[in-house]
Design a protein around this ligand. Sequence first.
Ligand SMILES: Nc1nc2c(ncn2[C@@H]2O[C@H](COP(=O)(O)OP(=O)(O)OP(=O)(O)O)[C@@H](O)[C@H]2O)c(=O)[nH]1
Ligand SMILES: [Zn+2]
Length: 360
Amino acid sequence: MPTNLSPDITERIARARADLRMGVPVVLEEGLIVLAVESLDPDRFAHLRTLDGELTLSITSRRAQTLKARAYDGDIARILLPPDATAAWVRAVADPADDLRSPMKGPLHSARDGTAHLHRAAIALVKAARLLPAALTLTTQDPAGFAAAHNLTIVPGAEVLQQRLSPLHPVISARLPLAVSEAGRLHVFRPDDGAEEHYAVEIGQPDRAAPVLSRLHSACFTGDLLGSLKCDCGPQLRGALAQMGAEGAGVLLYLNQEGRGIGLANKMRAYSLQDQGFDTVEANHRLGFEDDERDFRIGAEILKRMGFSAVRLMTNNPAKVARMEDAGITVTERVPLMVGENRHNTDYLATKASKSGHLL
Ligand SMILES: Nc1nc2c(ncn2[C@@H]2O[C@H](COP(=O)(O)OP(=O)(O)OP(=O)(O)O)[C@@H](O)[C@H]2O)c(=O)[nH]1
Ligand SMILES: [Zn+2]
């Protein structure tokens, strides 16, 4: 809880995310100026080039792998900027859209000296802002002065790297009769850091003392709403609710972690790569993301807030079961949810089984 009217650390980091989405630089207290590549404005880039300091382009090692660049920092790489690098060049390093049409020319050189923890924090911030995971960074000797002079948000990089889970609070719940059950209720939960809200659909009056039939559903605008045939989300959503209706009780958590946590824009970038022949996992990697960037602790927190400690979890994904157990929710049973296979998503489902450990 903030002790005064000023924003606390979580709130300041939330501001930093919003700034990056708009293309406004943010400053890490330990001495790094950060700009997101996705929202990079050529004028700001030109200005940055006139300043003293080490200018580098930080990308994830996943993206570096695609570009055949060395990642000396483990999970990230600090790419050195050629003297003639343009904003378009920077964008091409970060964005795989044109990888096949115009492959990157010349070898990319990565920094190996110095520490990379602040660059890692920069990547964590742009990822949390649901942007392409790439950041232009400039070291500075006077971070506080620079931030003050340009009216920029300044946050401690060390805190960004903690990736702590923002507390959530219940906002409101109301009766919502559904086709599967007239005894439906929708609860809205809001994270304290201003990030997306998440929802819980409660069917009937599940006994808090017993394991509840439960589904952790991740938002899929294309599948849930539009009836996309590229995935199995829509049928899984409706199938899970139908089973809860039939049993008379259950809780479906609708987590706004679109695209396995990369956001809809990035998911569409991944779809565009899939049109070029890459599978769902390869597409995420080429963009610079891990296979799955979701944080299932959010689901566990909501279940606890609602008074549940044990679930019968409807999923084919053993990682979800493991993450729930890690977060203190007992999974007494995994309930398979095999629905919605069609000729457009057979390869997608096969990739999830072979690469992500999904059970068929
Ligand atoms: N990045 C990315 N996300 C996708 C793709 N296809 C679907 N998604 C997202 O994947 C998520 C769906 O995963 P879920 O069905 O919740 O979970 P799961 O890991 O498949 O496990 P289950 O519980 O067995 O369904 C949604 O957030 C979708 O938007 C894709 O090709 N790329
Ligand atoms: Zn989907």
